[in-house]
Design a protein around this ligand. Sequence first.
Ligand code: BTN
Length: 254
Amino acid sequence: MSKLHNSPIVGKVLLEFEKLSSTNTYAQQLLATSAPEEGSVIWALHQTEGRGQMGTAWESAADKNLTFSIILYPSFLQAEEQFYLSKTVSTAIVMTLQRYFPNQVRIKWPNDIYVGDEKIAGILVQNTLRGSQLQSSILGIGLNVNVVQFSKSIPNPTSMRLKGVFIQDLRQLLEQCLQQIDLHYLKLKENITIFDREYRLLLYRGQEKASFLITKTGEEMIGCIQDVDPQGHLMMIMEDGKHRHFSIKEVSYR
Ligand code: BTN
């Protein structure tokens, strides 16, 4: 166990592992069996059974990438406000990456991080509710750093290395991520809507015409992303001028 300097919350406790199945799973076990301090970070150099959104897997080659999870207790958020946490962490990861890729980093709704048209990082947020409030939250972040080869099954992946940036010190990059998440989390606590504008401006394909697939019907539709509503639904204006809100299960990008 170690401690990062100047970390008010996120990174106060850092648990490092050579190998873990999944840092999110480990965080869940910690929460079930003990009372980890808020801001505890679980970091694995090699994650063997990483988990992604919607039951997918997250692949990560040993010692090449960042895979870590953060435990928070955001009890100031109501259940229907939980997407604000996703907004906060994705905005923080964008801010971390902006210094390496100025003006190129975007958030593909709900919380994939893109450089150009390729995915460089993924975020898996797992919340637990107590009544109408958030009790605990696990923010799992996978960032492709020095990896140069991916399985064919992964849709349009990239890494910092493939985009021309070689990172020698993974720990330093982790610290940069944690500092940003820490700063953003403190701001969220003061005002939960503080990142609304920034998130909207960072949306991948925001305010432009794009093609989407409606999951239920298989229909392809053209729409323009306006924003994301407080519940995390994608707000679009369709070709016929109608305003529609979609959940992650209802729509996918073409
Ligand atoms: C996604 O894009 O589907 C989300 C990927 C999240 C991957 C990270 S890696 C660290 C943490 N532990 C996991 O098992 N998953 C998350």
